[in-house]
Design a protein around this ligand. Structure first.
Ligand SMILES: Cc1cc2nc3c(=O)[nH]c(=O)nc-3n(C[C@H](O)[C@H](O)[C@H](O)COP(=O)(O)OP(=O)(O)OC[C@H]3O[C@@H](n4cnc5c(N)ncnc54)[C@H](O)[C@@H]3O)c2cc1C
Length: 343
């Protein structure tokens, strides 16, 4: 990590340190671009770090299977070899052109963040994924109080934290079902409640869950979380058909109720976009000069939008190499082969 003055102008700034942004940093370094990456969260890794660090991924080339958090670690290692400027815990909220692009002269773009920092850059690659995301919260007695104390959680950071705990999972989507399956080897006492009989999760996962030791209760919903002031001791749940209420013992309540995601301030920058995506051409260019988008946030004008890590890697490669050629027209877009470089 390097330090800089706020007035330094970077060749490329990458907005968002998910897998797409991190791989973009690697390529920018390989192209000898002065590179900065800005991430809203205190940690890098995007959805892999926040939503599923302890799940295996099976469709990243070269890895028959890899834990999400391990993939992030390797991406960070690969990106950091070029000593990029890394800014964490800073959400980019503003974009303006300090200098417009003209023949052979790249623009200077000023980014501002929620921390009041400014960042100057010739090009910007937006890899903001699903945007700023936050879990849907549940407004029930005890939930906020014990979220602060750690007994109510919206994410699984470490499976080991659940070892031997009596766990109540609330939710009926992929996350709830997957965590039921993923945590069953760490604790033998898991109850999963969902307010409907039907799950919104992958069918095969639901079948696996039904055949597992996890106790499934439908259609039940959470009414209240109880505790001794420090630790969760149980929860009151209600059957939506019979109105029956029960208080069941629990040490941890895991709420998997989906996520809110939005582009936030990025949507106001004059980019052609839909509610969740920025439109790009085959060069990953947006409608703004020197501004590119890649990964989950990018919607190609032609062809499908595919929210996959592999697709983000390819788009990051294109966006960064096109940006290189944009600021230095003598440089080709094609980077050459890394195997033939001294890295
Ligand atoms: C449960 C689950 C399982 C998955 N499993 C797989 C799988 O097996 N295989 C696969 O290929 N894909 C999988 N995916 C999809 C994969 O995680 C995404 O395709 C991938 O994370 C996209 O990477 P990204 O870098 O484009 O975006 P993200 O990972 O979303 O990262 C974007 C980053 O940008 C940051 N950001 C957003 N706005 C700002 C801002 N204004 N300022 C600064 N930073 C900002 C965010 O905080 C975030 O860290 C899965 C997704 C989920 C939810």
């Amino acid at each position: 990590m390097t330090t800089d003055g706020q007035d330094d102008i970077y060749d490329v700034t990458i907005l968002g340190a998910g897998p797409t942004g991190l791989f973009g940093v690697f390529y920018a370094g390989m192209r000898e671009m002065k590179t900065k990456i800005i991430e809203a969260l205190p940690e890098m890794g995007g959805q892999l770090t926040v939503l599923y660090p302890e799940k295996f991924i099976f469709d990243v080339a070269g890895f028959p299977k890899v834990l999400a958090k391990d993939l992030v670690q390797r991406l960070v290692q690969q990106a950091e070899q070029w000593d990029p400027q890394i800014c964490l815990d800073e959400r980019v909220v503003g974009l303006e052109y300090v200098r417009e692009a003209s023949e052979g002269v790249p623009p200077i773009i000023k980014l501002t963040s929620d921390k009041g920092q400014t960042h100057l850059t010739h090009t910007l690659v937006i890899t903001a994924g699903i945007g700023a995301f936050s879990p849907n919260k549940l407004d029930r007695p005890g939930v906020a109080q014990y979220e602060e104390k750690g007994g109510v959680a919206y994410f699984v950071k470490k499976k080991a934290d659940f070892r031997g705990k009596r766990l109540l999972i609330v939710g009926g989507g992929d996350s709830a079902v997957d965590w039921g399956l993923n945590l069953k080897d760490w604790t033998h006492d898991i109850t999963l409640i969902h307010r409907r009989h039907e799950f919104r999760a992958h069918e095969s996962s639901v079948v696996e869950l039904r055949n597992s030791p996890v106790q499934i209760m439908t259609p039940w919903e959470l009414l209240e979380v109880h505790g001794d002031g420090e630790h969760v001791t149980g929860a009151t749940i209600k059957n939506n058909e019979t109105e029956e209420q029960r208080t069941i013992p629990a040490d941890v309540v895991l709420l998997n109720l989906g996520f809110k995601a939005s582009l936030g301030a990025i949507a106001d920058w004059g980019l052609k976009s839909s509610r969740r995506h920025i439109f790009v051409d085959g060069f990953c260019q947006t409608n703004l000069p020197g501004v590119y988008a890649a990964g989950d946030v990018a919607q190609p004008n032609e062809g499908p939008q595919m929210g996959l890590i592999a697709v983000g890697f390819a788009q990051a490669t294109i966006a960064v190499n096109v940006a290189k050629s944009f600021i230095d027209p003598k440089s080709k877009i094609f980077p050459g082969h890394s195997s033939e470089m001294k890295i």
